[in-house]
Design a protein around this ligand. Structure first.
Ligand code: DON
Length: 365
């Protein structure tokens, strides 16, 4: 080839034309797929036409983080890039890079030590999220990053041999699970099951392979003493031999004129009752679809503490002001409930509501 020669890539042009005309099938099926499989066979490869046909591109939500007031929106797993970038930016955010200067020794040292730690995390914690529960949120938390950087010394390089990936907080928060199910005959099951806290009592029965719960916390240990959900109680729920503790679980089935209407329930400790209640109101009184009713932001009051807990964006500023003027104590908190529900519509088909607060799913046949 000489400078100025014209290179014509006819085969590539043909492939691009097929993609233009047929979309994904132009590549993953038909003559291009045949050509890929033939190439595989020539080289002893394993890929089949079915492998190609079944390949799907997946639309994923970007990961986001803040750096010095800038919102960084970037690639989520299965790339490690986005999480690692946000971890790196946060790792150096507190240091005066500008004062030290571009590629000055302190700047380089800091960046290297941040990268060492972030890439150690990459090796242990990141992979395809369809197969591995990547602790995305935990890895980007300010406290986690600060803790990772705390082992770094200005005096001496950290040895990679001495550095492990960070320990991420247990992904499981509290341990209750709810299923709402309707079968093809219209039989409904609403089932909530609980270990109470995360991993229950954190004791596995040797030889049994299951965890013991820590349900004793659902008893009131003494009048006025709150349990792990802040609930208080008295004699009615005092501990006694053979007595069962008071639960908040609310697996519920609603019928209308004798016919199935809704199957609903949720985990969430003391907020279970509120979440089921407001989900039902959202459908019956506010005409929301099942999914919208589940998604809707919730608020919660449980007598004590005397405060209205609310999810971000559950209450607008005017509503908040009106309530505060009347003496309500408002307190923003994390998610309320994780409702999974099924609604039988008046046309006879089912609507699912799977809570986006978790990794819940609606599945139907
Ligand atoms: O039965 C109860 O009310 C509690 N053991 C439920 C705990 C719970 O929902 C924790 N999960 N989020």
């Amino acid at each position: 080839w000489l400078a100025g020669d014209l290179m014509v890539q006819r085969e590539l042009a043909n492939t691009l034309s097929l993609i233009r005309d047929q979309g994904r099938a132009g590549f993953y099926e038909g003559s291009v797929a045949d050509a890929i499989v033939a190439e595989m066979n020539r080289a002893g490869g394993l890929m089949t036409k079915d492998d190609l046909k079944n390949y799907q591109a997946i639309w994923r939500k970007p990961v986001t983080g803040m750096y010095k007031g800038y919102k960084v929106i970037t690639m989520p797993p299965p790339s490690s890039g986005g999480i690692a970038l946000i971890q790196l930016l946060k790792s150096v955010e507190a240091f005066p890079l500008q004062r030290w200067g571009h590629n000055a020794d302190s700047t380089v040292q800091l960046i290297v030590e941040a990268e060492r730690r972030v890439y150690a995390d990459r090796a242990a914690h990141l992979g395809d999220p369809d197969f591995y529960a990547v602790p995305t949120k935990q890895l980007m938390e300010d406290g986690y990053i600060k803790n990772r950087m705390s082992s770094f010394s200005w005096e001496k390089a950290t040895l990679s041999a001495d550095l492990q990936a960070g320990v991420v907080a247990a992904k499981e928060s509290e341990e209750t699970t709810h299923f709402s199910i309707v079968d093809r005959e219209g039989n409904a099951v609403s089932l909530t099951t609980t270990l109470n806290g995360s991993y229950g009592a954190a004791v596995v029965v040797k030889g049994g392979g299951f965890l013991l719960n820590n349900e004793m916390d659902d008893f009131s240990v003494k009048p006025g003493a709150p349990n792990m959900y802040g609930l208080v109680g008295g004699e009615a729920n005092a501990i006694a031999p053979h007595k069962r503790m008071l639960s908040s679980m609310t697996p519920t089935i609603l019928e209308k004129d004798g016919d199935l209407f809704m199957v609903v329930g949720t985990p969430g400790g003391s907020t279970i009752i509120t979440s089921v209640f407001q989900t039902i109101l959202n459908v019956i009184d506010f005409n929301q679809s099942m999914q919208a009713a589940v998604n809707a932001k919730k608020f919660h009051h449980q007598w004590l503490p005397d405060e209205v807990m609310y999810e971000e964006a559950a209450l607008d500023s005017l509503t908040k002001k009106k309530l505060e003027d009347k003496g309500y104590q408002l307190k923003k908190r994390g998610q309320i409930g994780r409702v999974d529900a099924i609604l039988k519509t008046k046309w006879g088909y089912y609507q699912g509501g799977a809570d986006p607060r978790g990794d819940d799913k609606t599945i139907g046949w």
